[in-house]
Design a protein around this ligand. Sequence first.
Ligand code: COA
Length: 256
Amino acid sequence: MYKHLKVEKENVFTVITINRPEQLNALNLDVLEELNQVLEEEGKDPSILVFTGEGEKAFVAGADIAAMKEMTPLEAEKLSQAGQIVFHKIYQWPLPTVAVINGYALGGGCELALACDLRIIKEGTRIGQPEITLGIIPGFGGTYFLKKVIGEAKAKELILTGKAIKADEAREIGLVNQVLPRDNFKEEAFNQVRELGTKGKKALRAAKLVLSGDFEKVKSGLERERTLFAELFTTEDQTEGMAAFLEKRKPKFKNK
Ligand code: COA
């Protein structure tokens, strides 16, 4: 039914797997549209949601750079908006959401994880917001949610340097809740979700409502991020940053 997603249901939870392993599960508009559809569908009878990536290598390696390279600012704003809408729906999901981070969680992947309530990561995995190395900034809520989750100092460090940190460090700074061994990673992570599913749904819903209820603040943070994200698509640095990635070389920024 979905081209880029797998949707599997268990008793108390639904697993949504981003399924573009050849592009390391990078997010383009089609994937975001399918995510939106699946959330609409699941919203009719919500269960706990689990997000993960297909394959061993990546959870999600970011927004699709090949698709973004030639985008106009207007198209970039639309992409940002599509991502923000989906991730905000996940943030406000009435029951818990869990990111099972089976590999690289970069850019939009880190943002997808941040939109979830709980983050479980495979040992050795790297997570971060490398957008600055492409001449842009996070555009799917990262600037707002990273600061909220790990505080201003660490959020600035990760976004300004673009460095991706390893699972253990991510755990130390509170970016993820838990690091699990490589062997049987997904099954062990799903066991944690099964445990979560033994809690009463009424109380889980009430907890989610109070914890994720600051809608107005989130909205203004996201709007500001989206405007600045789109503006960067007028720059030569954005074109150079993305061309360099796709040509597998270092970018030469001219600050234009
Ligand atoms: N968008 C589009 N394609 C991507 C992608 C992305 N975000 N991330 C990886 N890919 C593609 C690569 O272009 C490559 O395609 P190819 O086989 O046609 O050349 C394929 O996925 C495998 O990636 P590759 O870079 O060759 O793997 P690697 O093991 O050398 O490096 C990463 C893995 C994750 C470190 C590297 O792919 C990377 O840095 N990705 C981009 C991360 C990023 O900047 N995300 C933020 C985007 S806003």
